[in-house]
Design a binder for this molecule. Structure first.
Ligand code: PHE
Length: 454
């Protein structure tokens, strides 16, 4: 087993066994419900292609520099977020690590509920098909005892993998699951191209309505989607990089991970939009509820008869696979911090924290309004706050982040490092501050709406 010792004086730390193990685990964290479920409905809300253009800009300008920032802090210290930020920034910055742990806790609590729906749908598609009216069906299964049961089952799976460790658990799971997901999603995209009426879906997805490009709401959504989908702003990439040997090219990895994540989201759009337009179900996706995809797609699959059943299984299995590798990274942020801060054994830390998260998540499984609210608070607002703080930390507080970016960097990237540092220092803080500002208002509305409705 590869081990190493951090400069923080931790005893031997388990490392990823190979470069591809790390890359696939990080891609596994990035690729998840965010790429298929969230990307599709946010893109639908944001006018399709216009959103996709803004999203690409956000990934390039904000996503990749932030990803590199997190990787640099993790690898330099070989510590989990709280310890890493304390070592490089002093006590006050350790609080940011604490925020990361909290955000990981909150996101996983509802992420697991959605993943539970996904697993249930995969099974239903295989066994019975989707009965009756898909909207009504979703309404019946989204909240309540069954949703709680599936949520708990998904948490057990996640705990089981994290408990085993970095190489044997996380790395091994990613090496098997991620290629499976790629194959399924690409296969589905080819199949979707054969549908009659797919053209309208492509047209919506790929022809931009340029007026939407300046819509502040769509810009905010694109930025937040980039943070969520790339797993940025809560220390997941930082934590994974803390298990990385010293000699890898972090620049190349930041680009590879971000590109792979975008490629999966884009390809998922090539499945979702043709399917939905071919069956005339576009309205149900634009409604922007968390359930949109879970209503429109089963409806579409059902309408296709036998072949729809097969496609349904494949689609929901891919979604569940993406969800599990992302959930692993969320639990790992929490677990590794508990291990490092309190010296608790991995197994106990994973089980203990996993159980607490599972219990907290019961509220989201009981009521989808709670799920939506926690998503707005943690998945939108707090991730943006985390991303902003991280940019300020690496741009202004950390000593010589450029040196760590250059360590192991190939000739292709050495020239880019000063430009990336410039972005982290001068572009990211003001731009993300604006995103945070909009998210504060969106969160205020969500809270008022929640208590108004309750
Ligand atoms: N990136 C994951 C997805 O797209 C979600 C996630 C967010 C995972 C933040 C870890 C941290 O589904």
């Amino acid at each position: 087993m590869a081990t190493g010792s951090g400069s923080g004086g931790t005893p031997a730390r388990e490392l990823f066994g190979s470069k591809w193990g790390f890359v696939l685990a990080a891609v596994g964290s990035a690729v998840g419900l965010g790429n298929m479920w969230r990307f599709s409905y946010v893109a639908a809300e944001g006018g399709g292609a216009a959103f996709v253009i803004l999203y690409v800009i956000m990934v390039l300008l904000l996503g990749i520099p932030l990803m590199l920032s997190e990787l640099v802090v993790g690898r330099k210290t070989h510590l989990s977020p709280i310890g890493a930020l304390r070592e490089l920034g002093g006590r006050g910055w350790a609080l940011l690590g604490g925020l990361f742990v909290l955000v990981g806790f909150l996101i996983l609590s509802y992420y697991s509920v959605i993943a539970g729906w996904t697993m249930r749908f995969a099974l239903e598609s295989a066994m019975t098909g989707f009965p009756g009216d898909p909207g009504q069906h979703f309404g019946e299964i989204a909240a309540g005892p069954a949703a709680m049961g599936w949520h708990l089952a998904f948490m057990v799976l996640t705990i089981g993998i994290v408990m085993v460790g970095v190489q044997k658990g996380i790395e091994r799971a990613a090496m098997v699951l991620m290629p499976t997901l790629f194959v399924i999603v690409i296969g589905l995209a080819f199949w979707a191209a054969t549908l009659e009426g797919a053209g309208a879906g492509y047209a919506y997805y790929l022809t931009p309505d340029l007026s939407e490009l300046m819509n502040p709401n769509v810009i905010r959504q694109a930025a937040s989607q980039a943070f969520f989908s790339l797993s940025l702003g809560m220390g997941a990439m930082l934590t994974f990089a803390s298990y990385l040997a010293r000699d890898e090219d972090l620049n190349e990895q930041a680009v590879t991970i971000s590109f792979a994540d975008f490629a999966v989201a884009f390809t998922a759009g090539l499945v979702v939009f043709p399917v939905i337009f071919a069956l005339g179900l576009q309205d149900s996706v634009g409604e922007s509820t968390v359930g949109a995809l879970f209503i429109a797609l089963p409806g579409a699959f059902e309408a296709m008869g036998g072949p729809g059943r097969v496609v349904g299984v494949l689609f929901f299995v891919a979604l569940a696979v993406g969800a599990i590798t992302s959930a692993i990274s969320l639990l790992e942020v929490v677990t590794s911090s508990i291990i490092d801060e309190f010296g608790i054994a991995r197994k106990n830390a994973a089980i203990m924290m996993g159980i607490l998260i599972a219990i907290f998540g019961l509220a989201s499984a009981h009521n989808t309004d709670v799920l939506g609210l926690v998503d707005q608070i943690a998945g939108e607002l707090l991730l943006a706050v985390g991303a902003l703080s991280m940019a300020i930390f690496v741009g202004w507080r950390m000593k010589d982040p450029g040196a760590e970016m250059l360590r192991g960097a190939g000739p292709r990237f050495t020239g880019a490092v000063p430009a990336v540092l410039f972005l982290v220092k001068w572009l990211l803080p003001p731009v993300i501050a604006v995103v945070v500002w909009f998210q504060i208002w969106a969160t205020r509305d969500a809270i008022t709406g929640f208590f108004g409705a309750a």
